[in-house]
Design a protein around this ligand. Structure first.
Ligand code: ZN
Length: 146
């Protein structure tokens, strides 16, 4: 499923349209900046959580066991945030990217569905939402209280 880093870099180079930071965070995998923003916000809000439970569908980035809630922090580019400026499409290798994106979106939907079946509340935080902390905090509180 995962492409190797060299191939990714080559594709990014050939496509110019690629968001370099999205690319690099994908290669690094865990502990991306948006994820850290959400974690420290939840921490300041007084919530306790666990990270990346691999035993749960999709290995959610943040798990709040007491609230029965899991949080995914998704990059807008890779996970195709609908209507978002961050969800740009590379102009070359179009078919390749379409397949790649479709697989990501499908996998995300499947993971959300499986988690809900296991009675988890599932929250998706998009990368672009981590730039407005007040708004993000309000959203998280709403979900946690619901
Ligand atoms: Zn977005």
């Amino acid at each position: 499923m995962e492409m190797n880093a060299i191939m990714l870099r080559r594709m990014a180079h050939s496509s110019n349209m690629m968001d370099r930071s999205a690319l690099m965070s994908r290669i690094r995998g865990r502990d991306t900046k948006p994820e850290l923003v959400v974690r420290s916000l939840l921490h300041r809000m007084g919530y306790r959580f666990r990270l990346c439970r691999r035993d749960l569908p999709g290995s959610p980035d943040i798990v709040l066991p007491r609230h029965g809630m899991v949080v995914f922090v998704h990059g807008c580019f890779w996970h195709r945030h609908k209507g978002c400026k961050g969800a740009t499409s590379p102009k070359s290798n179009v078919g390749f990217w379409q397949d790649k994106f479709a697989a990501n979106v499908e996998r995300d939907a499947r993971n959300r569905r499986d988690l809900r079946c296991l009675s988890w509340k599932v929250v998706t935080v998009w990368e672009c939402q981590t730039r407005d902390l007040a708004k993000l905090e309000a959203m998280l509180r709403r979900k946690l209280d619901s």
